[in-house]
Design a protein around this ligand. Structure first.
Ligand code: AMP
Ligand code: GLY
Length: 421
């Protein structure tokens, strides 16, 4: 089979490595892929949002199955366009991808169908938002409506900060068009859990739970990022909570999307907060999480391609989705300065052991050298019988990844380890 994977980050590297385990796979093309993915797939320099070129390439290269991994091509309808050409895909169509593409949509969906989430208001006019903030409870949470690379969320600790954030988004277009509509919501507290779930629109099969570390600094300080490291499983996510989430969140979400005529097929990501009043949805993503995927897929024992095809074909009920009873930890190595400005073009070196456990996110190949080209550069994953061992091993391996100005959080997994005690 000829496979095509749209995207070019650490998540796509993890997906490609897993897909390669299937013996019927003869070729994998990554569009655009990256310098590290080039070791595992044929990278073609077509951007992940260049839908016309992606479709053209897929047709010309007899692609049998396509995996569209990032949010923007999904929201732009890449899956719809490939399907029109008869190419089966993993991922939701544009109608369903809106669950991530518009926070106003997803908040209204949850309200309409009684799915637990933070209370909120949606604003399209700055003066109304500013008026509302005069009396809103503080801290408050301000979110740009559209896609913003995981950075469109501001937790305002003071009223001034809230006013400034809303003004930045709505009047100064800090997140471009994504911020012309904003959601202002209740500040929730509690441990966060990421649950990625396979669904064919009929049944939902959650993957092993995970915990992201979104802030740039140790002890969850500093700016929000795309994610600085992950562990799986998440110790806060007990069997009882999992059952409650299935009942109150996962199944109702699938049913709600069906009722709206927006059947979701693919990987639905539930960003949850375990509040004192029960689990609540912080966000939905219409895709695999990054770097959650880098701990979840290494624990998947079932064949990824088979499971993905079952989501496409509506046969997930009779397809086994099995995870190893082990733990994983992924440590991101980023360019110093990220998520603000950072340098690029530094040569990356890895020990053999590190390279074997590392997914490459932001790097390009030039004259045979791997050079940094993004904020999050690599994700190094270790699997072990205990979380403590996975964390220890992941750091030992990640220390073998070097480039100028490299930065890692030093506490990935520590909160989870403390919770286990
Ligand atoms: P999001 O991009 O919506 O996942 O938000 C990024 C991060 O902001 C989340 O992982 C949470 O840590 C935090 N966050 C988002 N919404 C809330 C909320 N309502 N209350 C508290 N923290 C939140
Ligand atoms: N790690 C969070 C995300 O993929 O959005």
């Amino acid at each position: 089979m000829n496979l095509l994977v749209v995207g070019g980050g650490g998540r796509e590297h993890a997906i490609i490595k897993k897909l390669k385990e299937n013996k019927s796979v003869s070729a994998i093309y990554a569009l655009p892929g990256n310098g590290g993915i080039a070791a595992d797939a044929t990278c073609v320099s077509i951007g992940a949002t260049d839908i016309d070129k992606i479709v053209e390439f897929a047709v010309a290269n007899a692609i049998d199955y396509a995996v569209v991994a990032p949010d923007d091509p999904l929201v732009l309808g890449c899956v719809d366009r490939l399907r029109e050409k008869g190419i089966p895909c993993f991922g939701p169509d544009a109608k369903a991808a809106i669950i991530e593409g518009s926070k106003a949509f997803s908040k209204n969906l949850m309200k309409k169908y009684g799915i637990p989430t933070a209370s909120y208001e949606v604003f399209t006019e700055l003066p109304k938002a500013l008026e509302y903030l005069k009396t809103a409870p503080i801290p408050t949470v301000i979110k740009a409506d559209g896609l913003a690379l995981g950075k469109g969320v501001i937790i305002a600790q003071t009223r001034e900060e809230a006013l400034e954030a809303v003004t930045d988004m709505m009047a100064n277009a800090k997140f471009g068009k994504s911020g012309s509509t904003v959601v202002i919501e209740e500040f929730l507290t509690g441990p966060e859990v990421s649950v990625l779930a396979f669904t064919d629109g009929k049944v939902v099969k959650p993957m092993v739970s995970s915990m992201d570390h979104k802030r740039i600094g140790d002890n969850d300080t500093g700016l929000n990022t795309g994610g600085m490291g992950t562990i799986a499983p998440n110790p806060y996510y007990t069997e009882q909570i999992a059952a409650q989430c299935m009942e109150e969140i996962f199944l109702p979400t699938i049913a709600a999307m069906n009722a709206e005529g927006r059947t979701f097929k693919g990987c639905l990501y539930f960003g949850l907060m375990l509040t004192p009043n029960g689990p609540k949805v912080i966000e939905y993503n219409c895709r695999f999480g990054d770097p959650e995927t880098q701990v979840v897929l290494p624990l998947l024992e079932s064949d990824l391609l088979t499971v993905m095809q079952a989501c496409t074909n509506g046969t997930l009920a009779e397809t086994e989705v099995k995870f190893a009873d082990k733990c994983a930890c992924c440590v991101i190595t980023a360019s110093g300065g990220y998520p603000e400005s950072y340098g690029k073009g530094y040569e990356i070196t890895m020990t053999t052991d590190a390279a074997a456990h590392t997914y490459v996110a932001g790097a390009k190949l030039e004259d045979g050298k791997l050079l940094t080209s993004g904020g999050r550069v690599t994700g190094t994953t270790a699997v072990a019988d205990s979380l403590a061992d996975a964390v220890k091993k992941a750091y030992e391996l990640a220390n073998g990844v070097e480039f100028e100005n490299a930065y890692r959080r030093s506490d990935i997994g520590q909160r989870a380890l403390a919770a286990l005690k």
